[in-house]
Ligand binder design. Structure first.
Ligand code: SF4
Ligand code: FES
Length: 236
């Protein structure tokens, strides 16, 4: 069947303003939206710019707006949309457009780095690995599934009004280390999050949870940080 794609185009080096370019693509209902973009690029217009790599929901490269909804282009099929085979494809909101569907994710990764996304331990290194009990592993497991696609942060209404807000993805990563029983920075991590640009920026809107392509209960995980702070664990 024939599908029509209106794709956001913008090259800051050449264009004064953005536009939508229309393409007609032959597609099957089970084709991914990424397949259609590839077909456009490979068969019609090699100048179309977008990110993608694994094509299987693993690398997190191809988050974009498809018919008004943030999603991974490799996870959405043509048949998932009841729009008479008409598609509007746009870049992630919030971030600056570098070209077409590619946005500048440097601020996203800076915030990720700001939460110190690594285990900090004290004392002698063990002979083998640092063991984590299975209960604690299961507790933080949802956060381990994050592929840093930025869909949640781009969707979050707070991120849109407060550029300084860490955003759900960075806070989810913070949860992963705050709650890891092997980490020794817990108090310091909690204190750093105890402000309006940190965990209290989250107003429990649930949009991050709804949009997450990995099914991570992001809002619930962020709630665990709030709970620890309310209990006073950061001020012990
Ligand atoms: Fe993407 Fe989900 Fe991770 Fe957010 S929490 S960056 S939506 S995988
Ligand atoms: Fe890797 Fe979609 S291309 S997640």
């Amino acid at each position: 069947m024939q599908c029509t794609f209106a794709v956001f185009r913008f090259d800051p080096a050449a264009d004064r303003q953005s536009r939508y370019q229309h393409y007609v693509v032959s597609a099957e209902p089970a084709d991914k939206i990424l397949d259609c973009l590839n077909r456009i690029r490979w068969e019609q217009d090699p100048t179309l710019a977008y990110r993608a790599s694994c094509a299987h929901g693993i690398c997190g490269s191809d988050a974009m707006v498809i018919n008004g909804h943030v999603a991974l282009a490799c996870q959405k099929l043509v048949r998932d949309f009841k729009t008479a085979n008409n598609f509007v494809i746009e870049p992630l909101p919030v971030f600056q457009v570098l070209r077409d569907l590619i946005v500048d994710l440097r601020p996203f990764f800076e915030k990720h780095r700001a939460v110190r996304p690594y285990l900090v331990t004290a004392g002698e290194n063990p002979e083998k690995e640092r063991l984590q009990n299975s209960e604690n592993q299961q507790f933080v497991e949802p956060a381990l599934r994050c592929i840093l696609c930025a869909a949640c942060t781009a969707t979050c209404p707070i991120t849109r009004v407060n550029p300084a807000y860490l955003g759900p993805a960075a806070l989810l990563r913070a949860f992963r280390y705050v709650c890891d029983s092997r980490d020794t920075l817990t108090l310091e991590r909690l204190q750093a999050l105890d402000n309006d640009d940190g965990i209290w920026g989250c107003k429990t809107m649930w949009w991050c949870t709804e949009v997450c392509p990995k099914g991570i209960p992001v809002t619930k995980c962020l709630g665990q940080i709030k709970r620890l702070l309310k209990k006073g664990d950061a001020h012990a």
